[in-house]
Design a protein around this ligand. Structure first.
Ligand code: FAD
Length: 440
């Protein structure tokens, strides 16, 4: 029988023995599970330490087709396809009676054009379980408390870990991947936090039994609705395959507070009241959800956009939300998380095999290419420019395909002019749409 490279977990905890691995991954969400699987496939010893017990709730339920490539690379495609998640083929947008759709199969960049809308508790557990079935070791209910990077950049990082019984043990690794999402473990412990260049926004959300009877409602698309008078307030409606939906609203905190009904504090009841008050201000959504039943307490997140001063060094790299998180509007979070996992693993395997790597050039810069593309479109969404393009009535089909590629997650395809030169191209098209709309 093959010996367990970690020794028995019980031994390690009881004897406070130091565990040695090639790579320790903090967090078993999408970025952690994909990275773990890809490293394991390359013969590297990986240990994943996850603070929570799975399944656990997570927001971020609408995937983009581009991420299917990483799921396939990690050997998880069959498991995901067979799990019964809601098929997704695009995105629908609605504002003030105007409804428009993007069909992700009709896009500029080659690659998968469909994906799924997933309950993240179930989805994340499926990815982590599949990684485990491939041979990846995952310790649940184990949380990282401290990291010691040693004397210089060639030292092996040492992590202090607490298990479910509050025992502490040490893990020494040649490299650390921080996939801790909003936990942002290394940014906190190593003082890497940097404010986001996007203003703070808040989200209120829940799951509902939607009871939607409108025959025109397309369950295969996420629906993004815009508030009729305040264009920077928007709503998501993400249908699942079981007659339920994830529904949420996003706005700058003061705009949500402005809608507060006088009930004190951020109680679940107050959040629910606020959410429905805002939903009822958007007549299309109000009609669609007239018979909806709330299934779980409403939750809120405030100021979730985040950034860091350093994404990677020769000792650690930040994946997914542990690095930068932009904004939920284009459902890009899981895709960026998986792209970062794939890119970091490629660089890391070279380093572990003794090749020279440059984490800035090989990982941080190429990753930021796509993140910056999304940033351009996020900023233009909130200042109204991109909304004028999305709701333009007579789009040029080729340009629509290029924009569709970005909405489908292909934000790293520099053959797409709207990726390569995103700000300038977007502004050109904004001017054209605005001129035509004025003239007509
Ligand atoms: P996570 O999925 O957050 O996983 C991190 C894991 O690390 C967790 O399981 C956590 O328990 C663990 N962890 C934390 N601290 C520690 C520790 N100390 N020790 C060990 N483990 C630890 N993205 C989309 O793709 N589609 C969407 O529709 C979408 N909607 C969103 C809506 C809102 C309002 C917000 C705020 C975000 C949304 N996102 C969406 C973004 C998405 O939620 C994240 O980008 C995605 O979950 C990031 O994955 P990850 O692997 O980086 O981190």
């Amino acid at each position: 029988m093959e010996s367990n490279p970690f020794g028995s977990r019980k031994d390690a905890q009881e004897n406070h023995r130091n565990i040695n691995v090639d790579v320790v991954i903090i967090g078993a969400g999408p970025s952690g599970a994909i990275a773990a699987s890809l490293l394991h496939k390359q013969g590297k010893q990986v240990l994943v330490l996850e603070k929570q017990h799975f399944p656990r709730f997570s927001i971020g339920e609408s995937l983009l087709p581009y991420c299917m490539q990483f799921i396939e690379q990690a050997g998880m495609l069959e498991a995901v396809e067979q799990a019964g998640f809601q098929f997704k083929n695009g995105a629908a947008f609605r504002h003030d009676g105007t409804y428009t759709t993007f069909n992700f199969t009709d896009k500029f960049t080659e690659g998968p054009g469909t994906t799924f809308q997933v309950q993240r508790g179930q989805f994340d557990k499926l990815l982590a379980d599949t990684a485990a079935s491939q041979g990846v070791e995952i310790h649940y209910d184990h949380s990282i408390n401290e990291i010691d990077l040693g004397l210089d950049s060639t030292s092996e990082p040492k992590l202090s870990v607490t298990d479910e019984q509050n025992n502490t043990y040490q893990v020494t690794a040649k490299y650390v991947l921080d996939a801790s999402g909003f936990g942002r473990v290394l940014p906190r412990l190593l003082d890497l936090e940097k404010p986001s260049d996007l203003p703070a926004r808040s989200a209120i959300f829940t799951h509902i039994e939607d009871n939607i009877t409108d025959p025109n409602f397309d369950r295969e698309k996420i629906l993004i609705s815009v508030h009729p008078t305040q264009k920077d307030i928007w709503y998501w409606l993400i249908p699942f395959s079981d007659g339920r939906c994830s529904v949420g609203v996003v706005a700058e905190p003061h705009l949500i507070e402005h809608h507060q009904s006088g009930v004190e504090g951020g109680s679940e009841a107050e959040l629910e009241q606020q959410l429905w008050q805002l939903i009822n201000e958007e007549p299309g959504l109000e009609a669609l959800l007239a018979n909806a039943k709330v299934l779980q307490p409403c939750a809120s997140l405030k100021g979730y956009s985040a950034n860091v001063s350093t994404l990677a060094t020769s000792q650690f790299a930040l994946l997914g939300n542990a690095g930068e998180f932009l904004d939920p509007v284009f459902s890009s979070g899981v895709t960026i998380a998986m792209q970062s996992a794939s890119m970091a693993v490629e660089t890391l395997v070279k380093q572990l095999d003794g090749e020279d790597v440059n984490w800035q050039q090989d990982y941080a810069q190429p990753l930021m290419q796509g993140v910056d593309t999304f940033r351009t479109y996020v900023q233009a969404w909130y200042d109204g420019r991109f909304q004028d393009v999305i709701f333009y009535e007579d789009p040029n089909p080729t340009i629509k395909q290029m924009i569709c590629s970005i909405l489908a997650g292909y934000a790293w395809d520099t053959k797409n002019p709207f990726v390569k030169d995103s700000e300038r191209r977007l502004n050109m098209i904004v001017d054209l749409c605005r001129d035509h709309t004025k003239a007509s």
